[in-house]
Design a protein around this ligand. Sequence first.
Ligand code: GTP
Ligand code: MG
Length: 375
Amino acid sequence: GNKIQVKDLAEKINISPNKLISKLINFGVMAGINQEIDFDTASIIASEFNYELRLDKKTDEEESKDKSYDSLDFEDPEESLQLRPPVVTVMGHVDHGKTSLLDAIRETNVTQKEAGGITQHIGASAVTINNKKVVLLDTPGHEAFTSMRARGAQITDIAIVVVAADDGVMPQTIEAINHAKAANIPIIVAINKVDKSEANPDRVKQELTEHGLVPEDWGGDTIFVPVSALKRMGIDELLEMILLVAEMQELKANPNRKAMGTIIEAKLDKGRGPVATVLVQKGSLSIGDAVVAGAAYGRVRAMLDDRGKRVKKVGPSTPVEILGLSEVPEAGEHLYVVEDDKKAREVATRRKEVIRNEQLKVNQKVSLEDLFERI
Ligand code: GTP
Ligand code: MG
């Protein structure tokens, strides 16, 4: 929606920022001078000071560019919402055992198949625990993959921060915590590798306390679970905690609407063409649906679940691989189902233009910096 910075609002209605901030506090809104508040709040506050706030109309062109894409998403009425499985993202420093932990949970063996033992993409899978489905996303810990971690945090409901007990808190541990905090999602800490003789779980607790994660047994409210992915110890306790936290969140979505989701990753496959892994977040996605994802569009020709099995229709909180897109979409783009192919192409074409303009701006900035460097 529309937002305005506190200091801009103060200027517009001609009062001191401090006065405005205390007024906001009276209304139960805690906001600093540089923070943004929504238009509705702003206009109520403004009316307190006898000002009427009005939105400037954007030009038609601006409107259609913003709206053509993001208005495809919409709020669902409360009564249409149904419980959906939680999406859990595993994050942490490189080699602290994220993939091994997921292997232990799924009873798979992905770690051993990875090149150099390093995860280089976001892996999505689903497990059923006590009859409850949980979606798991694996993220890379290597420092080069910041954007993937950020994306993982944005589409998740719960973050599992894995910290190796023999290594302690490391740069990407802190980065992971920051992504989770920015995305405003609960964190569960898994202290891994407790089987090792050098393991020092208390040190991990101590270090994380310094980053605002205080364990429950130390008087805080962060859940810490000691585990060993290798020896498959503590896995049940961890799963129990995941279910507990998920239950408290009461996660819901409307399964009976046009699907909306996020591209987790995408690539060009020699035989199959563009292949995209999508996390369906709202609605249900079916074969034959006309979709748009950034500049890519098309009809869903085939869908494969996380085990490579063909599926025809999937609901909220389901990762699926889809075929049938015109090109490879950017990871992180939203995917929307639209009425028909024509609409899909139309939206994608406009979206392409927006992306190109953004790209142009970035390139201009980059070349300027290059210039400075050369001088
Ligand atoms: P990236 O994806 O590259 O960030 O690494 P990761 O966090 O997924 O780590 P991974 O699961 O690949 O494990 C790294 C190494 O730690 C492997 O050699 C694992 O066998 C080992 N490892 C993982 N968990 C444990 C554990 O609980 N105990 C012991 N002793 N070793 C473990
Ligand atoms: Mg890994």
